[in-house]
Design a protein around this ligand. Structure first.
Ligand code: SAH
Length: 358
C-alpha cells in the first residue's frame, strides 16, 4: 500500500455555519464538550442580529476557538443590485463560492417586503414559459446559500434603506424547483422557523412547486404548516403537458388528489398559481374548467399575467382579458388575486430570472 501525501490548504476545509440547524448546532457543541448555552447566543447573533462575523459576546474562549477553526461565517457575495424605477423592488445577483450566480428578489408588500428565494442554480423543469428553465439545471443550492440570500438581502436593506429591513414573507419562487432540493430547503425552513433566530412563522413561508409528488410527500410529512403553492397553469392535461413537462410523469389529477388528502392547519390554504398566456390558456372555457376543478377546495388562486423575456414565445394578455378570467373564478367563489407585475423593468418578475444573461 502506498501512503498518499495530501497537499493543499493547511486548515481543513471549513463547513459553513449557516448549514447548521439549531439541533445540528446543539449536537456539534455536545459532541465537542462545549457549553450548550452557546447555541441560543449564536443563533441570536447570526440570525436575529444578522451578524456575519464570529460571535465574541458571552461565548467561552474554547467555543470561539473551536468555531473559528471549523466554521466559515461568510455569506454569498452580492455581485450586483438592480433597483426598479417603478417600485421598491430590488433584485440581487449573488456570486457563490464556485463563481456560479443566483438571483433573489425583494418585493415590496404593505410597507414590508416579501423575499423570493432561489433553491437551485437554474432548474431542471424546463417549463415552456420560464426564462430560468432555459438555462437548465446547474446544481442544487446548499442550506447556507439559501439562508445566505435572506441574510444578505436583510443586511442590504439595513444599510441602504434603514428602518425598512422588514421581511415578512419568504417564498421559494425564485430560480429552481424547491422540492427537487428538499433536504437543503427543509433545513433552511427550520432555521427560519427557529425561535432563537429569525423566528418567522410557518404560515409566512411558501414553497412553490411545478408538482413533484415525491417532494410533496416529504413537504406534508416533514415541514407541516409551511405553505404550498402549486403552479397549475392549465386544467387540461394536454395543454399542461405542453407547458410543464413534469406533468407527463406526475399528472395534475394525481397531484391534486395527493394534495387533497393532506390535513391542512386551521386557516391554511393551498395557493394555485395560474400564469395567463395570451390566446393559449386565458379563454372563458379555461377559466370555467379551472373553477370547476378548484371549487369547494381550500384554495387561493394567484393569476400571474405572463412576464415576457428576450426570446419568449408567449405574450401577456390585455388586462381586460385578465379581469374577465378573474370574474369567471369569482363566480365559483374562489378567492382570486391578480398578481401585480412588480420589478419587471429589471427582469425581476416571475420567470424572468436567468443568472446566465447578466
Ligand atoms: N419551480 C417552482 C418555483 C419557481 S417559479 C414552480 O414551478 O412553482 C415561480 C412561479 O413563477 C411559478 O408559478 C411559475 O410558473 C411562474 N413563472 C415562471 N415563468 C413565468 C413568466 N415568464 N411569467 C410569469 N410567471 C412565471
Amino acid at each position: 500500500m502506498t501512503k498518499q501525501v495530501l497537499s493543499g490548504p493547511e486548515k481543513p476545509l471549513q463547513a459553513s455555519f449557516y448549514d447548521l440547524s439549531y439541533a445540528d448546532l446543539q449536537t456539534v457543541l455536545a459532541q465537542n464538550q462545549l457549553n450548550p448555552s452557546a447555541a441560543p447566543l449564536l443563533f441570536r447573533w447570526h440570525y436575529k442580529n444578522k451578524q456575519n462575523t464570529p460571535c465574541t459576546v458571552d461565548i467561552a474562549r474554547s467555543t470561539q476557538a473551536f468555531l473559528a477553526e471549523h466554521f466559515d461565517f461568510s455569506l454569498p457575495e452580492i455581485d450586483s443590485v438592480y433597483l426598479s424605477d417603478k417600485d421598491q423592488t430590488v433584485k440581487f445577483l449573488f456570486r457563490l463560492k464556485d463563481n456560479l450566480k443566483v438571483e433573489t428578489v425583494l418585493i415590496p408588500f404593505n410597507n414590508k417586503y416579501s423575499i423570493c428565494l432561489s433553491s437551485q442554480v437554474g432548474c431542471a423543469m424546463n417549463c415552456a414559459f420560464c426564462f430560468t428553465g432555459e438555462q437548465g439545471l446547474k446544481r442544487n443550492l446548499s442550506t447556507s446559500e439559501i439562508v445566505g440570500q435572506f441574510l444578505q438581502a436583510w443586511r442590504w436593506l439595513a444599510a441602504n434603506r434603514p428602518g425598512e429591513e422588514r421581511v415578512l414573507n419568504i417564498v421559494f419562487m425564485g430560480q429552481g424547483e424547491p422540492l427537487h432540493n428538499f433536504d437543503a430547503v427543509k433545513k433552511a425552513c427550520e432555521i427560519f422557523l427557529s425561535q432563537y433566530g429569525t423566528s418567522v412563522g410557518a404560515q409566512k413561508i411558501t414553497i412553490s412547486t411545478a408538482g413533484y409528488i415525491p417532494g410533496l410527500q416529504r413537504w406534508s410529512e416533514e415541514i407541516p404548516g409551511v405553505n404550498l403553492a402549486l403552479s397549475l397553469h392549465s386544467p387540461f392535461s394536454a395543454k399542461r403537458d405542453q407547458l410543464i413537462p413534469i406533468n407527463k410523469k406526475y399528472p395534475l389529477t394525481e397531484v391534486l388528489a395527493y394534495i387533497e388528502q393532506i390535513p391542512l392547519r386551521k386557516k391554511q390554504f393551498i395557493t394555485y398559481e395560474y400564469i395567463l398566456l395570451n390566446d393559449f390558456n386565458d379563454s372563458a372555457e379555461d377559466a370555467r374548467t379551472l373553477g370547476e376543478l378548484l371549487a369547494g377546495k381550500r384554495a387561493y388562486i394567484n393569476l400571474i399575467p405572463f412576464n415576457p423575456y428576450p426570446g419568449s414565445q408567449f405574450q401577456q394578455p390585455p388586462m381586460a382579458k385578465v379581469e374577465q378570467f378573474k370574474a369567471v373564478l369569482d363566480g365559483f367563489e374562489i378567492p382570486t388575486l391578480i398578481r401585480g407585475v412588480k420589478g419587471d423593468d429589471v427582469l425581476a418578475a416571475c420567470g424572468q430570472l436567468n443568472s446566465k444573461r447578466q
